[in-house]
Design a protein around this ligand. Structure first.
Ligand code: PNS
Length: 164
């Protein structure tokens, strides 16, 4: 029988509770979930790809999601990673219309390139305002993002940005 495998791609700089909600729901739908952490060489992240992966690995382990693993990918198309890893579906969370406008062209392009499908999951309303960039900006100026990222990620943000 074919293993039903999906990918949750993203920058994850850092992973948020919104991301983890989507990863957990994907893990309930598929035999295996590959969380593909994009290493964008032209963009300096707050966390290195290794740190981002380690944070996701730790969260996934704590959540008992044994069918989720992380990989780093860089300088290549997502569809090529999908072909190489025999991934049939890309899973993305949608917080609202802005996400849809951003994601739709990529979903159509990816299907055009290799036929790989994209499954959109409606984001949990509890995390509509949660994005990695907003978490970083708020944390940078001392705002409290606990409850929107895990305690582990919160501690990492505070440590990296040097504010409480
Ligand atoms: O967290 P992000 O930045 O919204 O994730 C975007 C990501 C990684 C899903 C997207 O940039 C991507 O798939 N990049 C890999 C290169 C690629 O395949 N580009 C063409 C997309 S149609």
């Amino acid at each position: 029988m074919t293993t039903r495998r999906c990918v949750c791609p993203g920058s994850y700089d850092p992973v948020t509770l919104g991301h983890l909600d989507v990863i957990g729901r994907a893990a309930a739908l598929y035999d295996e979930v590959v969380v593909a952490v994009l290493h964008n060489v032209s963009k300096q992240g707050l966390f290195t790809p290794e740190e981002r992966r380690a944070m996701i690995d730790a969260e996934v382990r704590d959540a008992g999601l044994g069918n989720v693993r992380t990989v780093e990918f860089t300088g290549r198309l997502l569809v090529d990673l999908c072909a190489e890893m025999e991934i049939q579906v890309i899973v993305k969370g949608l917080r609202g219309e802005t996400d849809y406008s951003y994601e739709l062209p990529m979903a159509v392009m990816n299907r055009h390139l290799t036929g790989v499908e994209t499954l959109f999951l409606p984001g949990d309303p509890a995390y509509t305002q949660v994005s990695s960039s907003l978490m970083k900006e708020v944390a940078r100026f001392g705002g409290d993002v606990s409850g929107l990222v895990s305690d582990r990620v919160h501690a990492a943000l505070v440590e990296r940005l040097g504010r409480r």
